[in-house]
Design a protein around this ligand. Structure first.
Ligand code: MTE
Ligand code: HPA
Ligand code: MOS
Length: 776
């Protein structure tokens, strides 16, 4: 039975080593299969959404006869065609109908779907609806909504610690301000899409571009009025999600499934880019009012802030998003006395949703604005003020939500970056440059990030997996996470390869499907590899334990004498190939499949009390950016960015670096050129790449040095002591905003904080320059 084999030193794709994304070649050669590439069965129909052309109105009548009569049309779907619940609210608040019946709540709201033989026919017919409405006054932004007495879409959160009144009373300095932080479109390369194939009885299979297959499954079942076991949702990969497919796919999955069951034919729905941008939610923009007290050294004594957010017409995920803004309103800084409140405002706009950082970035920008304000008021380098306020030892280690910061590595990380980027030397040079140059001004800023890892909804922090080892020794890996480009499947495969000590090429990565792993959480909150890596490891260990038990008994050795070597197994003194062991185990009727499970330990959160340990740990990072600004036009360029980011012991450094680079650029885009603009009538006028400017390759920093903190190890027992990487580096983009601020401040000799709102478009930069120069 045993064959002698020579074992290599190390498996291919070992953890902590670079391994390219499993689909990298398929991505760049166009062979990666997305939802729209799945071969369409004969008879496939196409759906398209018909949307409102008013912003807020009572619906008197909706006449779809011209739509029905249009060429190629099979029929229409309205609220009346929904056999189950007309609701796709992801939090069970019952405030989000698939199609409204009596009220239009935003411009571009989906009102019905038309189903036709071709997508083109459906799209043309969708324009033909006739409506009678009674227009109502609208409120588009959070300030207008507050003024109009609009409700909160969900309960506000309050975080409080210390004695805020006393903190303000005893302070040497105090200042107040308001910061507007814009939203952001996800601009995933692949837009929303769902493709439903009806089956017998109640069954339906939905291929859906989603970060949250279990929720799509649950929603389709809820809307069809069938149990979840009738609905299967599959996703092999997304062409990007960035939070935009955590809940917003529900509409498309449900419309495709409703139509597929109604006409008993496969139905696909794919909005064009303009409709994707107008009909689906984005990052929340915020209006943040802050009041901060501090001493002569710049140390903060008390903070009171309100965070009002444009949530849109329904709650969607606005509750947890606005909560997370408060959880990050401290960023890396200790506030001795603090009160933070959220105001999740209903508005007559599309319902805003998850987007990388999930509200956290908006909180962090507010913290950094306060630091800037303090620095300019005291005439100090903002970095000095940052350092003076870092979390520290006992007495300075409690967050506004009463979680103790025990793993703080920022001082070291920021110190290292300050040196490697030569912050001090370059700042001196820049100050001199600005004195010598009249129109081109430079700025530099070094900003830190601390980001809490875990879903704040504690029950979300669980994951499952399913591993089969086939009798030929090949391995089939499934877990509840979804692949959206971040490389989750590669990392989880590395974990499993490491557990069995086999080459990663032996492991088949398969689509995510609700049939294999049930009740999964969204792949979100950066937790994909933390949760699914652990669940996969659990399954692998179960199978390994059975193999060890079998080998010990079969070959008469003790279990401690069975060891997994690279692509081989040692049993006593003999070494055999992995395949040979599996074959023998199969012949002896050993169970070679296992379902794994994981839940994050040691976390708890009492929202009503505003206290707990919502986060298992923190991920840290820092970036230093230098910009040059043409003060005659407001145009600017990022000259150089240096980043040092903490991913614990990286599962895969090259993928993690990719995440850090991409997140920085996306964060920079959010704060600089990506502007969402609604006209007074409530129409989003920036609804295509022609008017909405994401960063181009040419916008990347001219010099871009990205490093991972090699020495960092997660103190918690995470998968291989790694840390989550997906969202935290998004906030590294803030160094660009602060560097722009310094360049602008230079025109008035740094006497005043420029109070740049985000996005700091060239237009806003120019206006700030003009204001400081006293021109307006
Ligand atoms: N990277 C790519 N390429 N595409 C994406 O859509 N989404 C981000 C981040 N990185 C995203 C990405 C967001 S919002 C999250 S929450 C995480 O990836 C989710 O994946 P993870 O938990 O496996 O890191
Ligand atoms: N982060 C991201 N997505 C989420 C969260 C969170 O904390 N909670 C619910 N969905
Ligand atoms: Mo990411 S916003 O948590 O999908």
């Amino acid at each position: 039975m045993k064959d002698q084999i020579t074992s290599r030193d190390e498996i291919e794709g070992a953890v902590h080593h670079d391994l390219r994304h499993d689909s990298a070649i398929k991505h760049v050669t166009g062979r990666a299969e997305y939802c729209d590439d799945i071969a369409e069965p004969v008879g496939t129909l196409h759906a398209y959404l018909g949307v409102s052309n008013v912003t807020h109105a009572a619906i008197r009548s909706l006449d779809l006869s011209a739509v029905r009569d249009a060429p190629g049309v099979i029929g229409v779907l309205t609220a009346a065609d929904i056999p189950g619940a007309n609701d796709i609210s992801p939090t069970g608040r019952n405030d989000e109908p698939v199609f409204p019946t009596d009220r239009i709540e935003f411009h571009g709201q989906p009102l019905f779907a038309v189903v036709a033989e071709t997508r083109d026919a459906a799209r043309r017919a969708a324009e033909l609806a006739q409506m009678e409405i009674e227009a109502l006054p609208h409120a588009l932004d959070p300030v207008a909504a507050i003024d109009a007495g609009y409700p909160h879409v969900t309960d506000p959160l309050k975080l409080e610690r210390g004695d805020v009144a006393a903190g303000f009373a005893g302070a040497a300095h105090r200042l107040q301000g308001r910061l507007n932080v814009g939203g952001q479109d996800h601009m995933y390369l692949e837009g929303h899409i769902s493709f439903a194939i009806p089956g017998e009885d109640d069954d339906v299979v939905v291929h859906c571009s989603t970060q949250h297959p279990s929720e799509a499954q649950h929603m389709v079942a809820h809307v069809l009025g069938v149990p979840s076991n009738a609905v299967t949702v599959n996703v092999r990969r997304m062409g990007g999600g960035f939070g935009g497919k955590e809940s917003q796919m529900n509409l498309f999955a449900c419309v495709a499934a409703l139509a597929a069951k109604k006409w008993n034919r496969p139905v696909k729905i794919r909005p064009d880019r303009d409709q994707d941008m107008t009909a689906t939610g984005k990052r929340h923009d915020f209006v943040i009012d802050y009041d901060v007290a501090f001493d002569d050294s710049g140390r903060i004594q008390a903070v009171e802030s309100q965070f009002a957010a444009r949530c849109g017409w329904s709650s969607d995920l606005s509750g947890p998003v606005t909560d997370r803004a408060l959880f990050h309103a401290d960023n890396a800084y200790f506030y001795p006395h603090v009160r933070l409140t959220s105001r999740p405002m209903k508005t007559n706009t599309v319902s805003n949703t998850a987007f990388r950082g999930f509200g956290g970035p908006q909180g962090v920008v507010a913290a950094e604005r306060m630091i800037e304000e303090i620095a300019y008021r005291l005439g100090k380098d903002p970095l000095e003020v940052r350092k003076a306020n870092f979390y520290g030892d006992e007495g300075r280690d409690l967050t506004p939500y009463h979680q103790q910061v025990t793993d703080n590595i920022l001082e070291r990380l920021v110190g290292e970056l300050e040196t490697s980027a030569d912050y001090q030397g370059r700042r001196k040079d820049i100050l001199a440059f600005n004195t010598a140059n009249r129109f081109i001004k430079r700025g530099i800023a070094l900003t830190p990030v601390k980001f809490g890892i875990s879903f704040t909804a504690t029950h979300y922090n669980q994951a499952g997996s399913l591993i089969h080892v086939y009798s030929d020794g090949s391995i089939h890996l499934n877990h509840g996470g979804t692949e959206m480009g971040q490389g989750l499947n590669t990392k989880v495969a590395q974990v499993v390869a490491d557990a069995f000590q086999v080459d990663v090429s032996r492991i088949k990565i398969t689509k995510t499907t609700t049939e294999k792993v049930p009740n999964t959480s969204a792949t979100a909150a950066s937790s994909g590899s933390d949760l699914n890596g652990m669940a996969a490891l659990d399954a692998a260990q179960q199978i390994k334990a059975r193999l060890v038990g079998f080998a010990a008994e079969h070959w008469g050795v003790s279990e401690t004498e069975v060891a997994f070597l690279p692509n081989a197994v040692r049993v006593g003194t003999e070494v055999m190939g992995f395949d040979a062991l599996i074959k023998a185990a199969y012949m002896a009727r050993v169970h070679l499949s296992a379902a794994g499970f994981y839940k994050t330990p040691d976390i708890h959160w009492d929202r009503a009390a505003g206290k707990g340990r919502p986060f298992y740990y923190y991920a840290y990072g820092a970036s230093c950016s230098e910009v040059s600004v043409d003060t005659l036009s407001g145009e600017y360029k990022v000259e150089r960015t240096d980043i040092l980011h903490d991913v614990g012991r990286s599962l895969n450094p090259v993928l993690d670096r990719g995440q850090v680079e991409g997140a920085f650029i996306q964060g920079m885009g959010w704060l600089t050129t990506e502007e969402l603009w609604w006209d007074d009538a409530g129409r989003l006028r920036t609804h295509a790449p022609s008017t909405y400017k994401i960063p181009l390759a040419s916008d990347a920093p001219r010099i871009f040095n990205v490093d991972l903190a090699q020495w960092s190890v997660n103190p918690e027992r995470t998968i291989k002591r790694s840390k989550a990487v997906g969202e935290p580096p998004f906030m590294l983009g803030i160094s660009v905003l602060e560097a722009l601020s310094m360049a602008v401040a230079s025109v008035a000799d740094y006497r005043e904080c420029p109070r740049l709102d985000a996005p700091a478009t060239p237009e806003r930069v120019l206006m700030a320059v003009e204001r400081l120069r006293g021109a307006v």
